[in-house]
Design a protein around this ligand. Structure first.
Ligand code: 4NP
Length: 155
């Protein structure tokens, strides 16, 4: 899960997807991580507004710490999912060509009409609710696809 700072959107996606994996009993089989294309917030906990909004819906983001995307991520992960087009382009610019097929927009796994999870950093609390709404839909869609593709299980 990749955004710009790794303190708002991608940790939210990380925490939501982790909970979905756990609820589906797949914690031993599927791993998730998050990172930012930028380095400003490396080492920081998620934004307190993201933590508060997530906590209200039952997700715990408090243990997460921001890091920046590294080259090894493109080798290690099967799905590298950007929260918006700017981060999609930043990832594609860094990624070796033969691994670029792993990169997609996170919301391409949702049936919503939006393509991007809007940056909530300069928004009020409503921005963080929108992030959660969009992320929850995409997390469900992504897990359904992974279950079907890699574990031969339908939703
Ligand atoms: P994120 O949000 O990419 O969802 O973590 C942002 C966090 C920090 C900044 C921008 C977006 N910033 O400009 O510092």
């Amino acid at each position: 899960m990749v955004c710009l700072g790794n303190i708002c959107r991608s940790p939210t996606a990380h925490g939501v997807f982790l909970q979905r994996i756990d609820h589906r009993g797949m914690a031993d089989h599927i791993s998730v991580d998050s990172a930012g294309t930028g380095s400003w917030h490396v080492g920081e906990a998620p934004d307190s507004r993201a933590v508060t909004a997530a906590t209200t819906r039952g997700y715990d983001l408090r243990q997460l710490r921001a890091r920046q995307v590294v080259l090894r991520d493109f080798e290690h992960f099967d799905y590298i999912l950007a929260m918006d087009h700017a981060n999609l382009h930043a990832l594609k610019a860094q990624c070796p060509d033969h691994l670029a097929h792993k990169i997609a927009l996170f919301l391409s796994y949702s049936d919503c009409k939006e393509q991007e999870v809007p940056d909530p950093y300069y928004s009020g609390p409503h921005g963080f609710e929108t992030v959660l709404d969009l992320v929850e839909g995409a997390a469900d869609g992504l897990l359904d696809q992974i279950m079907a593709r890699h574990f031969n299980k339908s939703a």
